[in-house]
Design a protein around this ligand. Structure first.
Ligand code: FAD
Length: 446
């Protein structure tokens, strides 16, 4: 009867691509939650009942209506590269895969309107033809979708100039479909767009986004090595503070992290610490002077046109964890705002090789600050929590990547505006249920 019920639902979606094969469903039910040994245990068995792949907004409306009518949970999925089980369906139901909604509606200097399933690198290829590109993109840039980045991401290359995704101005307008008895299409602009940023698809199904662009420079890529980690860290801060040098990536890695970058071993002598950088080609002379001041040594420098294979981006941000885990699966990670280099040094000394730091610099509150996605040698959940507590007791802020609700992760507190907004958009709590704890609590009280 369970199968029959799902067959009846599938029948009503005629004309829309539907996936019912169990191996495919299993694959499309999971993401990169396994970077966390804690999330792995909690989420590994979660599966949807059905995956649907609409190709336009009209089909999304049809799916939402059917889900509401049958009170079936619906979880939106882009490329499924999230790290906190953002698109894992806790209460089964339907997965709405957006990858067929990949049209660029329009593209003009400074701005574009796209469907959510547009892949970020594919978008940039077109935007660069008119001299523009995405302001911010994660290290999963080649595979991730623009809608998925808005719904589940937060920072990446470009953040050294444009800050976090949630900074005012980084998203202009969104169109979304509501999960109500008669699904509606609504548009948000100005501060209202905050309702969907990092909302894990709990506050509406995004069908269109208007995104601001950045001028595209020819980005040179460089590896610089250092004898001391703190010299590398200070160099990273100095480069980030150098307003005359246009940059896109400032990523600093303590040894032994460079040894995990198998493909870069020719440029990374054993025991050294390194900086992975993306800099405007026009500023290379200024860069060399800065590197000399911090006694760094350039081991790799390629101009934009010479970069044929993998970008250094794919060793930075959370790609570092990917490479590290392929060498040592006991490694996991944390996400930390240190705020100051003094605190970076304190943690570097205190934890030794149990917590190995890489810094990704970004703009926050008008200042360049070091954020850490440090690698942690995992032993137990208790020890992991002790490590988090020690950081927080000493003034660092940790966005815990080992939890699956919005609030327990980066937000820390319940965003009442988001919760209220959800009540309007999704009164029955069918969109990605269990991810917004503020909503579940409110519901229990009612
Ligand atoms: P998905 O994982 O498919 O979805 C993410 C969330 O958005 C889900 O909750 C989903 O429900 C929601 N969503 C998707 N589409 C819609 C829609 N149309 N409407 C409403 N909600 C929607 N993240 C960073 O921020 N910076 C990084 O540098 C970074 N590096 C990473 C490196 C690695 C190796 C890995 C595995 C992950 C990394 N991530 C990073 C996390 C992730 O890759 C990015 O956030 C990425 O942008 C997510 O895009 P996606 O298409 O895979 O989204």
């Amino acid at each position: 009867t369970h199968l029959n019920a799902w067959q009846a639902i599938a029948d009503k979606l005629k004309g829309i691509e539907i996936i019912t094969e169990s191996n495919q469903i299993a694959k499309l039910s999971l993401d990169y939650y396994h970077f966390s040994p804690i999330l792995y245990e909690q989420l590994k068995d979660k599966r949807a009942d059905l995956v649907v792949r609409p190709s336009n907004e009209a089909e999304v409306i049809k799916i939402a209506q059917l889900c509401y009518c049958h009170q079936v949970p619906l979880t939106v999925r882009g490329a499924g590269t999230g790290n906190y089980g953002q698109c894992i369906p806790l209460e089964a139901g339907i997965i709405l895969d957006t990858t067929k909604m990949n049209q660029i509606h329009w593209l003009k200097p400074g701005m574009a309107a796209v469907e959510p399933g547009v892949k970020m690198a594919a978008f940039d290829k077109q935007a660069r033809e008119i001299g523009w590109e995405l302001r911010i993109a994660p290290s999963t840039y080649r595979t991730a979708t623009i809608g998925g980045f808005i719904g589940g991401g937060s920072v990446g290359m470009g953040s050294i100039t444009y800050g976090q995704l949630k900074e005012r101005g980084n998203l202009q307008r969104v169109r979304l479909v509501t999960m109500t008895e008669t699904p509606e299409v609504i548009e948000l602009s100005g501060d209202e767009v905050q309702q969907v940023i990092h909302g894990y698809g709990t506050t509406g199904i995004i069908t269109q986004l208007e995104i601001p662009l950045a001028p595209a420079y020819p980005w040179a890529e460089m590896i610089v090595i250092f004898d001391q980690f703190m010299s590398a860290a200070k160099f990273g801060q100095a480069l980030s503070d150098s307003d005359g040098i246009v940059k896109k990536l400032v990523s600093i890695h303590a040894a032994p992290i460079p040894s995990y970058f198998t493909a870069l071993q020719n440029y990374l002598p054993s025991g050294k610490h390194c900086a992975l950088l993306m800099i405007s080609e026009y500023d290379l002379a200024a860069m060399k002077a800065l590197i000399a001041e911090y006694q760094g040594e350039i081991t790799y420098c390629k101009k934009a046109k010479e970069i044929a294979g993998t970008s250094l981006l794919e060793f930075a941000w959370n790609h570092t964890t990917l490479h590290a885990r392929s060498v040592d699966p006991n490694l996991t990670y944390l996400q930390t705002f240190y705020f100051t280099l003094e605190r970076v040094e304190q943690m570097y000394q205190y934890f030794g090789d149990e917590v190995v730091i890489h810094l990704e610099f970004l703009k926050a509150g008008g200042k360049a600050v070091p954020a850490g996605l440090q690698l942690v040698r995992y032993t137990t959940a208790t020890r992991l929590n002790q490590i988090i507590d020690y950081h927080e007791a000493n003034g660092a802020f940790i966005a815990n990547p080992h939890v699956y609700t919005i609030e327990a992760g980066g937000n820390k507190t319940i965003d009442h505006q988001k919760v209220q907004f959800k009540h309007k958009i999704d009164p029955c709590g069918l969109l990605n249920p269990g991810k917004m704890s503020g909503f579940s609590k409110l519901n229990l009280r009612n």
